[in-house]
Design a protein around this ligand. Structure first.
Ligand SMILES: [Fe+2]
Length: 189
């Protein structure tokens, strides 16, 4: 049974606001700046609302849940824990359209997919992102690549992933978190 609607949106907005004080892994931007830049890139590229919301929320597993549960943290994750993409997707899945939670869940596998299929992609990643690739399962086997390639939402997952990779620009101006509140409230059921 889903919790009352205001509970989860308020919890996420609060966690996002507080994530302004948290560094995005070893990158030089905050968790909040990263989320806002990722959503901004999606909106400017004409992404639909579900994909844009997934961009905004793709890293909720990094700041809206207990980090002792997370396996793929730079500097040592929890042995036997789960990836931040899995835990974050599970957190929002009861409330959002299936595609939004799927895209959040896929954003680590999208990196694995691109590293496995696109020559030169791995070299474009930050060293932190290259490091967590190993923690997230490393390269994909051919059968795994084929299974993902057949998924109708894979192209969206790859778009999210590329915006995710670009959303690390120090000092870049974005709309404030409050500008996303209407979309968040409208999307959570
Ligand atoms: Fe990210």
């Amino acid at each position: 049974m889903a919790a009352p609607l205001p509970g989860m949106t308020d919890r996420l907005l609060e966690a996002m606001a507080q994530s302004a004080a948290r560094r995005y892994g070893t990158e030089r931007v905050s968790e909040l700046a990263h989320a806002l830049q990722c959503a901004d890139l999606a909106r400017r590229a004409g992404a639909d609302e579900e994909l844009t919301l997934a961009c905004l929320l793709h890293d909720v597993g990094r700041f809206a849940v207990d980090q002792t549960l997370i396996a793929d943290r730079v500097g040592g994750g929890q042995a036997g824990g789960r990836g931040h993409h899995e835990v974050g997707a599970d957190l929002i899945a009861p409330y959002v359209p299936e595609r939004v939670a799927w895209l959040v869940r896929m954003h680590a596998d999208a990196k694995r997919y691109l590293c496995s299929t696109e020559p030169g992609y791995h070299a474009t990643l930050s060293s932190a992102s290259q490091h967590t690739l190993t923690l997230q399962g490393g390269l994909m086997r051919p059968e795994e690549i084929a299974r993902h390639a057949a998924h109708p939402w894979l192209a969206d997952a790859l778009r999210l992933r590329r915006w995710d990779d670009l959303a690390k620009v120090v000092g870049k101006e974005t709309v404030p978190l409050a500008a996303w509140e209407p979309l968040l409230r409208a999307s959570f059921r």
